[in-house]
Design a protein around this ligand. Structure first.
Ligand SMILES: *[C@@H]1O[C@H](CO)[C@@H](O)[C@H](O)[C@H]1NC(C)=O
Length: 366
């Protein structure tokens, strides 16, 4: 009797647990886009969703993201493993520095193995968002940018290009490979290019909020008046990624065109700062770039309230930000050269380069 009574209670309980286990198994066995991602959220409890009211956003330092780099194809027989040349810890490039004083890699040709890196990242099914601003006459650069990106930028990976423009009808048709797509986002035209440049940060912030958290792991913000000449790929991935400006990397930092007036929120004092970084290319994981964009926007608006405009607008604010918040990966000037500059011997390849242009023809004001 007792046993029977127990059984009649136990049966639904067992069925319920079996059902729960089935549900759990179902979810675990799904090819979930979340679990295949590289990134563990940098701020699990308190991601800033809007600018903090009581402090400068740069005070919030995101920590804790994890890059788990795993040897590909371990489950296959040893003969099927990817074979690559033995890494050395005593031989390598000697003409350039490949690490910063805070131990972030500086990416130069010859410091990484592209095949190895791609096969590490490929199974993670990462998605890379790209923003590009083609406002006013800058639309003329878009075709070349998009076509060369197809040939060199994260080839074989999921790439989603977001084109911000006031001339949507002039966005060229460019054939994109599988897994790659383009979205046009409308922006109002502007009379001053400085203003266009300032609004970029706000638009990047909005894009991350409205779109990217759903579908992207990394973001790169690139200048449209440039094109790709050689590989730009997984070697560039990192938490916060900055590119060394090609115009100043041999100079003493006293010559860097940082904002030098202490009244500006972009101020960098004499004898301070690390490198001079490009405003025309930066990136990283979403939360890092979100924080960068919201901080630069906040500081830019503070400056505007005080009637001051930093020497190189957004680029000045970015340089101040990158001095305070050290990038976790630094890309050498290979990653944003300038077409009018002769190539220096340490630059073994040019991957991305600003095209020669006449500012008077394309900017609404000079
Ligand atoms: C840069 O210039 C400053 C001031 O002229 C000088 O004191 C410093 O040693 C220079 N740094 C380098 C690395 O040459």
């Amino acid at each position: 009797m007792q046993i029977n009574a127990m059984n009649s209670k136990a049966v639904p309980a067992i069925l319920l647990s079996l059902l729960l286990m089935a549900i759990v198994y179902y979810y675990l066995s799904q090819p979930s886009s979340v679990s295949s991602r590289v990134i563990v959220s940098p701020c699990p409890t308190s991601c800033p969703t809007s600018e903090p009211k009581d402090r400068v956003p740069a005070d919030v330092i995101p920590t804790g993201y994890v890059f788990h780099l795993e040897t590909p194809d371990q489950s296959l027989a040893v003969t099927a493993h990817l074979k690559y040349s033995q890494p050395s810890i005593v031989k390598g490039r000697t003409d350039v520095v490949a690490v910063t004083p805070w131990l972030a890699p500086i990416v130069w040709e010859g410091t990484f193995n592209p095949v190895l890196l791609d096969s590490i990242y490929k199974p993670k099914k990462i998605s890379i968002a790209v923003t590009v601003f083609a406002v006013g006459k800058y639309i003329m650069f878009l075709k070349n940018f998009l076509e060369t990106a197809e040939q060199h930028f994260f080839v074989g990976f999921n790439v989603h290009v977001y084109v911000f423009t006031d001339r949507p009808k002039e966005v060229p048709e460019v054939k994109m490979a599988d897994g790659r797509q383009l979205t046009v986002r409308l922006v109002p035209s502007s009379k001053r290019w400085q203003e266009i440049s300032a609004r970029r940060m706000e638009l990047i912030q909005k894009l991350i909020d409205e779109q990217l958290r759903k579908n992207s792991d990394y973001i790169f913000c690139l200048d449209v008046d440039s094109k790709f000449h050689d590989r730009w790929g997984t070697e560039s991935l990192g938490g916060l990624v900055a590119v060394i400006h090609p115009g100043y990397y041999l100079d003493n930092r006293s010559k860097f065109p940082y904002e030098r007036r202490s009244a500006s929120k972009a101020y960098v004092a004499d004898g301070e700062g690390d490198f001079y970084y490009c405003g025309g290319a930066f990136g990283g994981i979403l939360e890092e770039v979100y924080l960068l964009a919201s901080t630069c926007r906040f500081n830019f608006e503070e400056d505007a309230k005080n009637g001051i405009e930093a020497a190189w607008q957004e680029e000045s604010h970015l340089n101040r930000y990158m001095w305070i918040n050290k990038p976790s990966k630094v890309l050498s000037p290979e990653y944003l050269w300038q077409d009018f500059k002769a190539r220096n011997p340490e630059v073994k390849t040019i991957r991305f380069s600003g095209v020669i242009k006449n500012y008077a023809d394309i900017r609404p004001n000079v």
